[in-house]
Design a protein around this ligand. Structure first.
Ligand SMILES: Cc1ncc(COP(=O)(O)O)c(C=O)c1O
Length: 308
């Protein structure tokens, strides 16, 4: 499914210059390639009535810098400079909607685990990405509670969006797909529902919306935050708390939220249908509002859009 999410023949911003993708190369011994020591963001640019806009740019760049801080990675660029690099890349690659991938990495051929003083490079790529789950979004996806537990902050900082964390995501996704499901739902070490491989999770019960909080070892998603704000603005009660696996099975609605996955209804978990096995009403309402927000159709959320 994900094979098409590759860099389209395009310009890559690489250490201060826009170069052809074919010129943005690293040596095979690259530290971050060997050890997963890179850090990244996933951002989307959407078309709006007034051109292309990047959704929640500063929140993404701040999270990126926070990840760098946690790994003592000195990118050597300010928030404004990184935002500028992102906007330059989007502009250089044309007017279409795209997924943006800023990536900072130890650009060293050393096999040492001591990263002090290693050169840090920054690259920004864009790619075409429609729906992450493509046509499945319409009908909703089928998930499996993964046999792999989510990493937690005593193992790797989950607040950081670091490449290495995604080995855990890859294992969960693989486990789900080889068992015939679309995606994994991870539980925390304590057995509470945590998140998807690259998405936060929400359940709806009796008209209330519930999502795991930071104590469930999740990445604090920016889409998650947008959903919470949109839902509260529409009068829903949204609670962040521990969620038992059973509560997912008996929920009225379940959905994922993430930059790539956007809002994706989940219609069954471990083969158990969620309610009638169709995307729920509240999920569809949130999905519609989120879509309006990212496309600049709701003035209330205009401040989330950064015009390209
Ligand atoms: C593990 C994980 N959880 C949640 C999310 C959702 O975060 P966001 O909405 O900021 O994209 C992502 C995607 O980045 C992710 O990789």
């Amino acid at each position: 499914m994900n094979n098409e999410f590759t860099c389209m023949a395009s310009k890559v911003w690489y250490d201060g210059k826009l170069v052809d993708e074919s010129e943005a190369k690293v040596p095979i011994l690259n530290h971050s390639l060997q050890y997963g020591s890179g850090i990244f963001e996933g951002i989307r640019a959407y078309s709006t009535g007034s051109g292309l806009s990047v959704f929640r740019l500063s929140d993404h760049v701040r999270r990126f810098l926070n990840t760098a801080r946690i790994y003592r990675m000195n990118i050597g660029r300010t928030e404004d400079e990184i935002s500028g690099a992102i906007l330059d890349t989007v502009r250089a690659n044309g007017p279409e909607e795209c997924y943006i991938r800023p990536f900072a990495f130890f650009n060293s051929e050393s096999v040492s685990l001591v990263t002090d003083g290693m050169k840090v490079s920054l690259a920004v790529m864009t790619m075409k990405m429609g729906g992450y789950f493509q046509e499945k979004v319409e009908k909703g996806i089928r998930c499996k509670v993964s046999s792999w537990k989510r990493i937690n902050s005593s193992i790797l900082p989950v607040e950081a969006k670091a490449s290495g964390n995604y080995l855990n995501s890859i294992l969960g996704s693989m486990d789900a797909r080889t068992s015939g499901y679309d995606e994994a739902i991870f539980t925390s070490g304590e057995g509470y529902v945590a998140e998807g491989a690259g998405q936060n999770i929400f359940i709806v019960k009796n008209g209330e919306i519930v999502t795991p909080g930071a104590e469930s070892a999740i990445l604090m998603g920016i889409t998650r935050d947008s959903v919470i704000k949109i839902a509260r603005d529409r009068g829903f009660n949204v609670t962040e708390r521990l969620i038992l696996r059973d509560e997912v099975y008996s929920a009225d609605e379940v959905f994922f939220a993430g930059t790539a996955a956007e809002i994706t209804p989940i219609v069954s978990v471990d083969g158990i249908k969620i309610a009638d096995g169709k995307p729920g009403k509240i999920t569809r309402e949130i999905l519609g509002e989120y879509s309006s927000a990212v496309h600049g159709k709701n003035e209330k959320y205009r401040q989330w859009l950064y015009s390209v």
